[in-house]
Ligand binder design. Structure first.
Ligand code: 2AM
Ligand code: CA
Ligand code: CA
Ligand code: CA
Length: 258
C-alpha cells in the first residue's frame, strides 16, 4: 500500500466529513436508538459512514471498511487493508451538546495499525499518528509521556461504572481528579497527549479505539484490555489505556491480576 497516498486521501475524506457534520450539527436530523434508550444513532452518523464507503470503493476498491453503522457486519478478519471507522464517536454529545464528539479512523494492514486519526470535529483538533513516526496534534509532535504518580493523575471513566465497584471509588479518592468526556476516541487522544493519565472502559468496540490506540502507542502509553491482554480489533472488549507509570500503579490500586 502507498502509505502517504492513503493518508492523504483519508485526510481529505475526514475533512469532507467534518464540513458535512458542521453543517448538520444544531439542525434537525433523524435520531434512532439501538441497544437501549440511551444508545443513539443519527442520520448524520449513517451518512458519514456512507461517504467513507463510497470514497473508499471509488479510490481503493481492494480496501475494506469496518464502520460502526453497518459496514462492520461484513468484516470477520483483518487481512489486507481495513479502515476501522467510527463516523461519530460521542453521538450523545453530538445530539445533546453540539460539541465534544470525534471522527475516529484507524487504518490497518494485515492486522497491524498503520495510521490513526481522532478529529475533535467542533474544536478542530486533529490527533494523528503513523506507525513508528510519532503522534501529532494539529501537526505539532506530541511529547513522549513522562511518569506521573497516581496521586497526581487525572483519570477518566464513565461515572456509571463507579457505582458498581468499590475499588474504583477508592481510586477516585486517591487520584487528583476524574473526568468523563463521553467520547472514547477523544479520551484516548487525551491520554496520548498527556491531558489525561488513564482511561478505562468496560464496553467498547474496535471502531471506538482503532484511531486512538496508535496515538497511545506512538507516545509511549500502554493500551490493553482490562485484564492486561493485547487489544483485539475484531471483538468488543474492555479497555485500559494509560501513561505507563499510571498504568502500573492504577492496576495495583485496582488489584487487577491476570
Ligand atoms: P458512540 O458515541 O460511538 O456510541 C460513551 O461513553 C462512549 O462509549 C462513546 O465513545 C460511545 O461511542 C461508546 N459506546 C460504546 N458502546 C456504547 C453503547 N452501547 N452505548 C453508548 N455508548 C457506547
Ligand atoms: Ca454508537
Ligand atoms: Ca464510538
Ligand atoms: Ca459512533
Amino acid at each position: 500500500m502507498d502509505r502517504s497516498y492513503v493518508i492523504e486521501k483519508a485526510t481529505a475524506y475526514i475533512k469532507e466529513a467534518q464540513t458535512y457534520i458542521k453543517e448538520k450539527v444544531n439542525t434537525e436530523y433523524g435520531i434512532d436508538t439501538k441497544a437501549n434508550k440511551d444508545d443513539l444513532v443519527t442520520d448524520v452518523d449513517k451518512s458519514v459512514e456512507a461517504l467513507f464507503q463510497q470514497r473508499i470503493n471509488e479510490e481503493f476498491p481492494g480496501h475494506r471498511l469496518m464502520g460502526e453503522e453497518g459496514s462492520h457486519e461484513n468484516i470477520h478478519d483483518l487481512d489486507g487493508v481495513v479502515w476501522i471507522l467510527d463516523p461519530i464517536d460521542g453521538t450523545v454529545n453530538f445530539v445533546h451538546m453540539g460539541t465534544n464528539f470525534a471522527i475516529s479512523l484507524g487504518i490497518f494492514e494485515n492486522g497491524k495499525p498503520v495510521y490513526g486519526v481522532v478529529l475533535d470535529v467542533m474544536n478542530d483538533e486533529w490527533f494523528t499518528a503513523e506507525a513508528g513516526q510519532g503522534a501529532y496534534l494539529n501537526g505539532r509532535k506530541l511529547q513522549k509521556l513522562n511518569p506521573v504518580p497516581l496521586e497526581k493523575a487525572l483519570v477518566s471513566f464513565n461515572t456509571g461504572w463507579m457505582l458498581k465497584d468499590e475499588k474504583l471509588r477508592e481510586v477516585v479518592r486517591t487520584v487528583r481528579g476524574t473526568r468523563s468526556y463521553g467520547s472514547a476516541a477523544i479520551e484516548l487522544a487525551y491520554v496520548a497527549a498527556g491531558r489525561l493519565d488513564a482511561y478505562i472502559s468496560f464496553h467498547l468496540a474496535p471502531w471506538d479505539i482503532a484511531g486512538g490506540c496508535i496515538l497511545i502507542e506512538e507516545t509511549g502509553g500502554i493500551a490493553t484490555n482490562y485484564k492486561g491482554e493485547p487489544l483485539d480489533f475484531l471483538e468488543k472488549d474492555t479497555l485500559f489505556a494509560a501513561n505507563p507509570a499510571v498504568y502500573k500503579e492504577l492496576r495495583e490500586a485496582l488489584k487487577i491480576t491476570i
